[in-house]
Ligand binder design. Structure first.
Ligand code: NI
Length: 137
């Protein structure tokens, strides 16, 4: 049976402050610069969700991408869109809200939910120049 990877792109915007509360201010400034601005800053994030599976002979789909969109919105996007990662997002509590940590947190939530398809990759774009990828390893 051929395995095909399909990808759904979703967008959200959110605020954060990238800093380590255990470090002194000067060290946070040195490490994180503008990202450590105490009054937050925002990003228009893009998340590409890729899942792999067999083609359903009845539909010709691996899975219905509009169903995948609904699942991703329900499980993660609704909790982060127009929110502050430092203050509002329960699953990011105690975690520095870098894209690296965000994408791993999203994976932990989504990975068990996409069966019988298999989550193969998440790509999170923080700006048009910066993105992170995670494949669950
Ligand atoms: Ni930022």
């Amino acid at each position: 049976m051929p395995k095909v990877t399909v990808t759904r792109r979703v967008r959200f915007n959110a605020a954060h402050r990238v800093f380590n509360p255990d470090l002194p201010d000067a060290e946070n400034d040195r490490l994180f610069g503008k990202c450590n601005n105490p009054n937050w800053h925002g990003h228009n994030y893009i998340l590409d969700v890729s899942v792999e599976g067999s083609i359903d002979p009845k539909t010709g789909y691996v899975l219905d991408l509009s169903e995948l969109k609904k699942l991703v919105n329900r499980e993660v996007i609704d909790f982060v869109d127009h929110r502050n990662f430092n203050l509002d997002v329960e699953f990011m509590k105690g975690t520095i809200p870098t894209s690296e940590n965000i994408v791993v947190a999203f994976w932990k939530i989504l990975e068990p939910k996409v069966a019988p398809a298999r989550l193969t990759k998440l790509v999170l774009w923080e700006t048009e120049n910066n993105y992170v990828e995670y494949t669950g390893r």
